[in-house]
Structure formats: C-alpha cells, structure tokens
Write a protein that binds this ligand. Sequence first.
Ligand code: DCT
Ligand code: MG
Length: 409
Amino acid sequence: DICWFTESMSSGKPVVVEPRHCLGVVQPLATPEKVLRTQMPSYTCQRRTPLNHHNSTLTDALEILARAAFFQSSEVRYLGFTRAVSTLKSLPFKLQSAEEAKDLPWCGGHCKTVIQEILEGGVCREVETIKSNEQYQAMQLLTGIYGVGVRTAERWYQEGIRNLNDLKNTESKLTVEQRTGLQYYKDLQQPVTREEAERVEQLVKDALLRFSPDVQITMTGGFRRGKLEGHDVDFLITHTNESALTGLLENAINWLKSKGLILYYHMKKRKHTSHAVSSLMDGHETYYTICALPSSSSQNTDLEVKPHNFVAAEQMACLKSQISKGWRAVRVDLVVTPHAEYPYALLGWTGSKHFERELRRFSLHEKKMSLNSHGLYDTEKRCYLPAHSEEEIFKHLGLTYISPSDRNA
Ligand code: DCT
Ligand code: MG
C-alpha cells in the first residue's frame, strides 16, 4: 500500500482510521499507531525515512549488531539488522513495547529480543558485550582507515595488529592508499561539516568551470539528503554536450594538484555493467580523492571566541592542529556521468546505501526491472526506460516519489 505514508508522515500526525467491515462484523477501531505499524510496507523505498526519527536508542543498538555481522562477513544477519534499523527509522512515533515490534517488517526474532531488552531495561547485554569486545574494537578502528576493508582488517587482527601504532612497523606492506589513509587518519576521522562541504564545492566548481563554463556540478551523498555532517563530500558532474566531459575531470584534478589542493587521488572507470547482473557500484568515471581544504578565515577567531566545552578534548586538539597547519584533509569523490544518464546517476549517488539497495531489490523482485546508476532495464519488455528526472524514475517503478531528505534509510 504505497499511500501508507503520504498523509500520516508529512503532517507528522496519525491518520484517522475508518472502521473496517470484515465478514459482516464491524471491527473495533484500530489505533492510528497500530494501523501504521501493521500496514508499514516492507521495502524501504516505499516509505519515508527522515534524518531525525523517534527510535534512536533502538537503532543505535541494532546498528552495532549490524556492524558486528558485517565484520564477520555474515551478509544475511547484516541485512536483517539493517532492515530492522531502517523500519524503526521510518516509524513516525516512539515504539513502546516489543509486542508492537512484531507487527513491523523485519523486527521479529532476534531483533524483537533486542528491542524488548532495551525497552524494558535500557540496555541490551549482547550489544554491551560486542562494544567491549577486543576484536570488534580493533575492526572498528582498522576499517576506519581509508583503504582498509573488512578482509584486510580481519587479516591484520589475526596477525596481532590492534591499533595504529602496531601498523607503523608494517608500513612497507601497506598499499599507497592505506599509507595515505594512515597519514591523514586524524583529519579523516573528523566529520566533514556542511560549511566545509560548501567550501570544497567552491574549490571543485572553480577548477571545473575553468575548463568548461557550462558544466553542471551537484553535491550528492549524505549532504543532498540534508545531513549536517559526513565522512566525505560526493559530487556528480555532467554536461549537455557529452564531448565536453572528455578529459574534463583529469584537467580539473591536475589544476587542483598544481595548487597543492589534492593530497591523493585515484581514478576508477569500471566497464559498463550489463543490466542482467546489476551491480551496486557502477561504471562511471570516478575520482576518489583526498583534498587539502584551506582553513576558513573565520575559523581561527571562532575557536578562540566560542566556548567549546561541548567538543571533546581530542577533537579540539585536532581542530587546533588543522588551524595551525592552515588546512585539513577531506575525502572527496567526483563522478562524471553522460547527461542522458544523469537522473539515474543522481538517484544512485544520493543514497543512502540501504535506500539504494532496497530500490534495486524492489525493482528486480517486484517489477522485473534492473536498476543501476546508468539506467533502468525492463527485463520482460527488453528495453531501457529513459528518464529526465528522479521523479520519472519513481514513476517507472510505480513508486510514490520520495525526496532526498526522506531517503535516510
Ligand atoms: N553508494 C551505494 N553503494 C555503495 C556505496 C555508495 O549505492 N556501496 C551510493 C549511495 C551513497 C553515495 O553512493 C555516496 O556514498 P557515501 O559517501 O559512502 O555515503 P553517504 O551517504 O554520503 O555517507 P556520508 O555522509 O558518511 O559520506
Ligand atoms: Mg558521502
């Protein structure tokens, strides 16, 4: 029922529910909350998931279980917990009891037990045990290094590596990407603020417009969804004239490099994946970079004038160090897309990751269509469905349009 969320969530108020006639008997009036719970659609892309929601104690705990499952490469459990998290994030009220959870998609079984423990006692023992587990802590730390995935972190852990100091002796064995990740570790751990993202946008625009005055540049990822902070800044670049895109990003990157604004980059251009094997990450020309973002002129005075007792001491030290060196390292991803694919690329790079995953699962299982950041392929009619906007893509899929700020699944 795609209408499920439209009235109720936009107003933030529960819907008025009419009595139902069933087998000739008038059923008692269900509470609006119960209707919302029992009728919640199962796919994330069929409902709104705002940035701020009502169940963060539960979602924080379940996200730890999801991460632990991810570290153990247990995809089924990872997806199970992630789907439960996403359900709770789109619930427009605070869940009161585990009994209520049983009506919600993906919130039964193991998740229900976790929800019950937290709602009744404030904490979940399993989650607390994971948080204090040495391997979990090491995996969290090591996968936080740019260029280090779960498999590498797992191998390092087995070799006895527990922290960044342990890695110093093995530096020769690291890839260039990992060495760079280690070198800028502190800066890259600091969340990028919206203000910093906007200054990065200015740098990227200055560089690109130098080579092509009509190029179109859009900030995507978490910032497009309204997040105030992110782990990086993502940009999508296109031009109505496709030939203007040839070599454009390379020129812009070289220019930024010559100004000392690029600390590291690598480019990936994967082959255009066939729609029969729809992959998560697609084949657009993508530059993964680390930029040196110059400190803003106001930053220095800000730090002296404003009381910063809400900032942790370590964070404060990092901020001070960034100011004294005059810049901070920021992860920036730049993606080039042909204009005809732009709406699909925009939808794909806006995220969230889980929203994208669900959109693709819905397309394939419910509509027999294969979706990726290049297009939408109808496997029954055997044709591609062009689109001029994100709205049109939702329409092709028979889904109500969901704005970026409601894709925070
Ligand atoms: N993406 C995806 N699948 C992946 C990785 C990324 O669909 N495996 C898409 C969705 C989000 C977008 O690319 C940008 O990725 P991130 O920067 O990793 O995510 P984000 O939502 O922008 O998170 P953050 O705010 O922390 O940068
Ligand atoms: Mg991002």
